[in-house]
Design a protein around this ligand. Sequence first.
Ligand SMILES: *Cc1c(COP(=O)(O)O)cnc(C)c1O
Length: 420
Amino acid sequence: MNTQILEQMESEVRTYSRSFPTVFTKAQNAYLFTEDGKRYIDFLAGAGVLNYGHNHPVLKKALIDYISSDGIIHGLDMWTAAKRDFLEALDEVILKPRGLDYKVHFPGPTGTNAIEAAIRLARKISGRHNIVSFTNGFHGVTMGALATTGNAKFRDAAGLPAQGAQFVPFDGYMGEGIDTVAYLDKLLKDSSSGLDRPAAVLVETVQGEGGINPASIEWLQRLDALCREHKILLIIDDIQAGCGRTGKFFSFEHANIVPDMVCNSKSLSASGVPFAMVLMRPELDQWKPSQYNGTFRGHALAFVTGAAALRHFWSDDKFERDILRKGRIVEERFQKIAAKARENGFEAHEKGRGLMRGIDVRSGELADAITSRCFEQGLIIETSGHSGQVVKCLCPLTIRDEDLLEALDIIEENAAAVLK
Ligand SMILES: *Cc1c(COP(=O)(O)O)cnc(C)c1O
């Protein structure tokens, strides 16, 4: 396979092509195919962009029909029929049935754009600058979002101090039995704690890049109550955990809370086209016309496939139930793999929610050894966490059971070979 120009010209900053150094040409649901015809099962799925798999027939047809009809591809943020249809689908299929009345801001098309827009709005509304975020949180790498991202790998490359956020331990960070919401409560109540009164609290319900760390339902509910009590906006970063990944469309539905703002991106277009939105309680929409702009705000192709996916997958609870069923299959198998590793003297445990799952093997080298071997056997799978110590499952939610089981067999075999 010819990789010469790729190796020569592309910046050293590249990431995933290092783990999977081959050239991909085609993809279908949970399969990726290389130029020389090798088939891989995709357990990475664009880091959570492809929740509905690659080239889903319903979405592909919607896209082809739209392009064939000379539909508007780009219209800045002008009104288009595609935008109207997306908002109708969002309201009818997702928001209304959940009793939500959010307004929608389409910022630039990436996750970090949504975070920037949300925290800027929170600052504008409150007149305060500080954002509380959490250890191991990942919210993107543009300057504002970076300040709320924990990992020093990204922060150290900023070139400027990453300012505007203060970190509090996430659920479980201090070990079992230490209540980090109580800690935040104490900091907020004590004018001498050193915590600048925040504009907002920004949190992932299940930390993705930080190592597949699910906050407990109770912790999320108490964090929500704390924000209400202290009149601080609660922003949920649902960029990776949203769009069904945890078994509900919004990950915070498990906790029955209604955040003040929600950031979505990754799987929102459903087809891999970049797309992001910020949902906000209506009274928070204090933007002045064109006060926050961008050339690519809401992409028509993303509206088309995004709307088609909402209607196809979320009109009843069939898809939800199927995600939870598959999630349990992965959970059980990962628990078994971790238990076997512990028998062999390794500290390993399973964690996650829905189909966002991982096996923490406490060592980036071990996790890497497992995923590299999996790649050789036809499985694309990545690690996450501060040192890459978690082998993670982010397979398409639409994966066929046969493929899911084949992939789990590959992981089990290679985990057993490494953790022996
Ligand atoms: C991926 C991700 C982001 C950043 O999205 P980009 O599109 O890479 O800017 C932010 N938050 C979470 C939780 C993510 O997983």
